[in-house]
Ligand binder design. Sequence first.
Ligand code: CA
Length: 174
Amino acid sequence: MRTACNSVQSEESTMPSQVKPKIVECPPGWTKFVRHFEVACHLFVGSGTNWDNARAQCMQNYRATLSGFESEAEKDLLYAMIQKENIGFNQVWLGAERNRACPVAQPSNDVNSPCFLESLFYWVDGAARDGKVMLNFWSPTNPSWHDNRENCLTILTGHDQSYNNKINDYEYVG
Ligand SMILES: [Ca+2]
């Protein structure tokens, strides 16, 4: 398992503003993506034994958190960053956790349910504050909630084409 860290920056808003936003640069080697309310700086990390370890590496080494994405464009950019590493059949930890009030595979269509489609998982890096984006990108047969333990999120690489660049719910242990 590998890890994607996000060192979230602020102040480069794409929202309409009277004030010209301050341009934010990412540290050398990090990949920049301008979100609606912030700038994401993503970095691929070569290890990540489990989700907590991956998150701790981001924090301890970079004062960062795990990467999320708030749009398909940002997901594709993350995937391109990962693909460059040639890590084969693999998964990369992303910064989303299951809503613990919803220990089931299938999201609910009921807007009042804690397992509602758009609250089944949440991002820890603040991506997609409406919570909606990642739900379009599940790999086939996922979320699977396999063994009732898949509380974290990964992105898949080196699988067949229907799985690559798609997300998977996965257990904490890698
Ligand atoms: Ca799964």
